[in-house]
Structure formats: structure tokens, C-alpha cells
Design a protein around this ligand. Structure first.
Ligand SMILES: Nc1ncnc2c1ncn2[C@@H]1O[C@H](COP(=O)(O)OP(=O)(O)OP(=O)(O)O)[C@@H](O)[C@H]1O
Ligand SMILES: [Mg+2]
Length: 373
């Protein structure tokens, strides 16, 4: 039976009594469902590994409680937590055959030989290495992707309650990474073991996870499915970390019951955003961000009353769409816009002046607070 994992107000302060305390996890509270493939996502240093190590019991927490199912495991030592773990560096034992690498967790549990053989064979089939097992080389005789599979098999062989994966694909080349994403999903769904997958790669997290938690500086910013996070980001940080969001620096000119009206910097037009797409509660005169995803903006040579002037830096043909990188007036946006069009406008060349328009029925409003990644 798969188990849920619950975090209840977890705090972790490294070097709490020293000169340089680091508050690595701040009041982290959420529940991972039984059998769920859950991704922890966030920029470097946001606390992903700390939370994973705390889940395994390898890191003490400063305060809070942690549960597997309804059992409080906060003070249970790591070797009694029945956890499978795969680290970024696979750390297989080079002097052992792949059979013995995978069997290791069963050997320390004093499982009889016959069961070991059966379990190792089963799990190697699950990860697609049945042929390699017949040869049974040392791990150095395997490719990167195969070694990764051995590491996953080794973590799964003793039926852990929870599987923890810390950047497991980081050492693989781009193509293999994409292939292994799907493999990890397949293997996880076949075993139904509750799994936490850590990555700082948003595309990977969106492709792999049933649900994702976005962390920033030790704080959980938002939890949801890939679609929740992409389509309904709650703040500027999540919106620009899960995919790209282009921000127009703007000023609030009117706050109504059903909508908020803003004026984008350098322009003399107004944009009215329905309250359902406003992720900020501003007053008149406040500085806010009008956010449009690359596909929610367009570029044209034609000036319209509600377009904003920019200059094309780079045009990239990306197969099914064309990406225009457009430099805006510093007051509109200090960073370059990315605008995706599904056709190539032959009139527009690099270095040309263009006009950027928004698909008003899609764009959203955010607070500028904490937007930096
Ligand atoms: N042993 C430690 N002592 C002191 N500070 C630490 C220790 N381990 C981590 N930290 C700090 O805690 C914060 C979170 O670190 P953590 O390793 O959890 O980040 P991460 O999200 O896994 O980052 P990355 O994507 O780079 O692996 C960072 O500021 C880090 O410097
Ligand atoms: Mg880490």
C-alpha cells in the first residue's frame, strides 16, 4: 500500500546558533498523496535537497513534523524509514556486479538468496535491463542511462514506502534526459510507490510530475499540476519560473469591483483586467506588472493605439513557431521580451522597430514583489 507524505510547518535552520544561520526551509506544509509522482522545483539554493534529505531523515529539522501515512516519523532514524533514494551522482559500487549493486538493500535486510534472485530479476525487468543482467558486468561496463536505471532498480528492490530522487537525470545528455523522464514516469506508475522528484529544470518537472511544488528561498510559492502552474500562476515568480512571462511595468489607474485598469509605462492607453486574472490587490497609483506569455503577445510593423514600441533583437525559427526577442524601452521592461508567433512575418527583420500587442483576453496582473528568480 502506498503511503502519503505530510509536512507540517517544517523549518530548517542550518548553523542556527552560529554566526551565519541559513533559514533553508520556512514553514513548509503540504501533503503528497499515496502513489503520487511529486516534483520539487525551484532555483539553486531554494531548499529542495534539504527537504528531500529531511524526508529521508538524513537531515535534522529545526521544527515541525513529518508523517508517512498517519505515522509521525519526525524522530525516526533514516534506516528505519524504508526509503529508496537516488542521488544526482548515481554512486553505484564499482567493485560489485550490477546484480549485487541492486541486491544490496536486500542483503543488508538479510533476505534469503532465492528471494534476492527473484526480486532483482523482477526489478531489472521493470527498468528494462534484463539483457544486461544476464551479462552482469560491473557498473563501469554500462552507459550513463543504464547506470541510472541500475540506481533506480537498487532503490526500488526492497519495496520502499517512499522513493526520493534528487536531480536523477542531471548527469545525462539532453536526449537521454528526455527519454528517461518518460521512463521514470512509466516505472513509477508501474510500482505505485509515492515518489518525490527534485529538479531545477521546469520543463523536466512539468513533464514528469503529477503535481509540482515551486520553492523559492525555502518557501513553497505554489503547488499544483503543470497546467495549474502554467495557466494559473499565483504570483510573478511562479509565472516566470514555470514557462516565460513578459512583464509590462504598469500603474493602476482604476480599481473596480470586477476589474482593475492599468496604464503600461510609456504608453497613453489603458488595459482593463478582469478580477479573476488579477493576482494582486492594489490601490490606485500602485506599481504593478501586466504579464503576457510569449504566445499571448504579438509583433507587427503596424502601429495600433494599444501597442507598445520595441526593437527586434533576434528572430529564431523553432519548428512549429517563430520566436521574436524584442527589446523594449527600459521603463516598460528591463529584460528582453520573448514573443512567439505561429507564422513568419517576412516584413520583420532583426534590428527593425516593431509594435507589440497583447491578447487582452489572456493577460494577467501581478504584484512586482518577489519577481526575481
Ligand atoms: N550543510 C549546510 N550548512 C549550511 N548551509 C547549508 C547546508 N546545506 C545547504 N545549505 C544552504 O541551505 C540552502 C538550501 O540548500 P539546498 O542544498 O537545499 O538547495 P537546493 O534547492 O537543493 O539547490 P541546488 O539546486 O543547487 O541543488 C542554501 O542556501 C544552502 O547554501
Ligand atoms: Mg540540491
Amino acid at each position: 500500500m502506498s503511503k502519503s507524505v505530510t509536512y507540517d510547518r517544517i523549518n530548517k535552520i542550518y548553523d542556527a546558533k552560529g554566526k551565519n544561520p541559513v533559514h533553508a526551509l520556512k514553514d513548509v506544509s503540504f501533503t503528497i498523496n499515496p502513489g503520487e509522482l511529486f516534483c520539487l522545483l525551484g532555483p539553486s539554493g531554494c531548499g529542495k535537497t534539504t527537504l528531500l534529505r529531511a524526508t529521508a531523515g538524513l537531515e535534522d529539522i529545526t521544527s515541525g513534523k513529518m508523517y508517512y501515512g498517519d505515522v509521525d516519523i519526525s524522530t525516526i532514524p533514516p534506516y528505519r524509514r524504508n526509503i529508496g533514494m537516488v542521488f544526482q551522482s548515481f554512486a553505484l559500487y564499482p567493485h560489485m556486479t550490477i546484480f549485487e549493486n541492486v541486491a544490496y538493500g536486500l542483503r543488508v535486510r538479510k533476505v534469503d538468496n532465492e528471494t534476492v534472485k527473484k526480486k532483482v530479476t523482477e526489478v531489472m525487468e521493470l527498468v528494462g535491463l534484463q539483457e544486461e543482467l544476464k551479462r552482469n558486468p560491473s557498473p563501469t561496463g554500462l552507459s550513463g542511462g543504464q547506470q541510472q536505471r541500475v540506481a533506480i532498480a537498487r532503490a526500488l528492490v526492497y519495496d520502499p514506502d517512499v522513493l526520493l530522487l534528487d536531480e536523477p537525470l542531471a548527469n545525462l545528455d539532453a536526449k537521454l534526459r528526455r527519454y528517461m523522464r518518460a521512463e521514470i514516469r512509466r516505472i513509477q506508475k508501474a510500482t505505485d510507490v509515492t515518489t518525490i522528484f527534485v529538479t531545477h529544470d521546469q520543463e523536466e518537472a512539468m513533464a514528469v510530475g503529477d503535481r509540482l511544488a515551486v520553492l523559492r528561498k525555502g518557501v513553497v510559492e505554489q503547488i499544483g499540476t503543470s497546467d495549474d502552474l502554467y495557466s494559473y500562476p499565483e504570483n510573478a515568480f511562479v509565472s516566470n519560473f514555470i514557462g516565460k512571462m513578459n512583464f509590462f511595468e504598469s500603474t493602476v489607474t482604476d480599481v473596480g469591483d470586477d476589474s482593475i485598469t492599468v496604464n503600461p509605462a510609456t504608453t497613453d492607453f489603458q488595459v482593463q483586467i478582469p478580477i479573476t486574472r488579477c493576482h494582486v490587490n492594489p490601490s490606485k497609483g500602485d506599481h504593478v506588472l501586466l504579464g503576457g506569455r510569449p504566445e499571448q503577445l504579438s509583433v507587427s510593423k503596424e502601429h495600433t493605439p494599444d501597442s507598445v514600441k520595441g526593437r527586434v533583437r533576434i528572430i529564431q525559427h523553432l519548428g512549429s513557431f517563430i520566436r521574436y526577442e524584442v527589446e523594449m524601452d527600459e521603463r516598460v521592461s528591463p529584460v528582453t521580451f520573448e514573443i512567439d508567433m505561429d507564422f513568419l512575418d517576412k516584413n520583420i527583420r532583426e534590428s527593425d522597430d516593431v509594435y507589440v500587442s497583447m491578447k487582452k483576453e489572456r493577460i494577467s496582473l501581478f504584484s512586482p514583489e518577489g519577481r526575481e528568480i
